[in-house]
Design a protein around this ligand. Structure first.
Ligand code: TYD
Length: 208
């Protein structure tokens, strides 16, 4: 039986890592085994590509960036995602395809269709069953992020304008794929956000 593939998406500083940790604890506590992974990354090859993409000393052009994310994704899909999903496992990835739509497609202005075309070759049919988009005002999340990062990577060092474009990219893809992407509005209280994520996943039959 095919497993399930869930992705978590959102702008920098929305509390994605905290929510992933809380979800991990919940699944462990309730005896639901899951594989947690991330993009770019998840395999040694993809983690190596990640270092190049996020290196602040490199000037990576938008097209190269989009292709590197897609290349890292191929490694992730072939070596970790598909084998695990095909074995019936529950797989949860911190970012996936929608990050490419929002960051490279909209914020880097390559266009969503262009990014879709590149990724057609990368993902083949490996689409998430459900994507949770943590929908937080970028003005707020970016300031939160800035407060906690001393020296960021290439993306974190981008301006508020860039992060506002990332947000509008997520907003656009959430409208494009309403069956797959569920918006979760975060609360100031992280346990409330956690409950909202659990409800979203339970109501879609992704977890118990
Ligand atoms: P990371 O430190 O994992 O960011 P975060 O903790 O916010 O998830 O770095 C990944 C960065 O790469 C992040 O800024 C989003 C960006 N990214 C893209 O631009 N395109 C993509 O396809 C993916 C997967 C990530």
């Amino acid at each position: 039986m095919r497993g399930k593939f869930i992705t978590l998406e959102g702008c920098e500083g929305v509390g994605k890592s905290t929510q992933l940790n809380m979800l991990k604890d919940y699944l462990e506590m309730t005896g639901q085994p899951a594989i947690f992974t991330r993009e770019p990354g998840g395999t040694p090859e993809a983690e190596a590509i990640r270092k190049i993409i996020l290196d602040i000393d490199l000037c990576v052009s938008p097209r190269v960036e989009a292709l590197l994310f897609a290349a890292a994704r191929v490694s992730h899909i072939d070596n970790l995602l598909l084998p695990s999903i095909n074995e019936g496992k529950l797989v949860i990835s911190d970012r996936y395809l929608d990050s490419s739509f929002a960051y490279q497609g909209v914020a880097r202005e390559l266009g969503i269709d262009y990014v879709k075309e590149i990724n057609k070759y990368a993902i083949e049919n490996c689409l998430p069953d459900c994507t949770v988009f943590i929908d937080m005002d970028p003005e707020f999340s970016w300031r939160r992020q800035k407060g906690s990062v001393i020296s960021g990577d290439r993306m974190e060092n981008e301006s508020i304008l860039f992060h506002k474009k990332v947000y509008s990219g997520y907003d656009a893809v959430a409208r494009l794929y309403p069956e797959r992407i569920v918006r979760v509005i975060p609360d100031i209280d992280k346990t409330v956000t956690h409950q909202r994520i659990l409800e979203a996943l339970k109501s879609r039959g992704m977890i118990n």
